[in-house]
Design a protein around this ligand. Sequence first.
Ligand SMILES: [Zn+2]
Length: 243
Amino acid sequence: MKEELAKLIDLQKSDTKIRQLKQAIETASERRASLEQEFEQHASSIREIQKRRDDLTAERAANENQIAENKTYLERADRNLKHSQNQKEYETAMREIDALNKQVTALETKVVELLGSIEEVEKELETRAEEINTLDAKRSEAMAAFDLEVAGNQADLENESAKRKVVFDTLPSQLASVYDRLAQRSRDGIAVAEVVNGSCTACNMSLRPQMNVEVKKSDKIITCENCSRILYIASREAEATAS
Ligand SMILES: [Zn+2]
């Protein structure tokens, strides 16, 4: 019976591992997408800052063009002033010069403001330069590592399934069907539960002392009185509690 119990324990370990691997494989594309999204959020926050810098730079250029344009108008207005023939022409030119000067002053103030903002954005980009420069490489690296892990899961699943088949096929058919029935019945797929500190680890019920002794002996299949799972005590603990 000890040998059969050992097989049941092996079977359970295989099935638990298979279950975890299947779950990892089933959720892989979802997890991959969220990993990708994390990187994308990063990249888009960087693009946002770069766009802000580009927008500010474009605005500065537009303002400077406007200043240059106003200065040519000013030259023309200056000529008009010099060549004014009467009081009316003189006043018109003066008003124009005055208005243009005000516009130029406002535009220059705006340019100074823009230069300050551009400097701030440039500084932010500079502090994040390392992050910006390595983001693409880090993304590819992380995605490759993830794909490798999933491929590893696939390979492990195949190995574990083959291992499980060998164990299952050598189990007496009656025990095999008991195992299957218990495993299918429980939501977590646990048919064989370890006893730790005198309690069934599947349902947390404390075992009666007599049962604990019988499980320890492991000369027959003992099931939990509460959840019906097959019980065992790992040899390490059996040794520790027996002494
Ligand atoms: Zn139990």
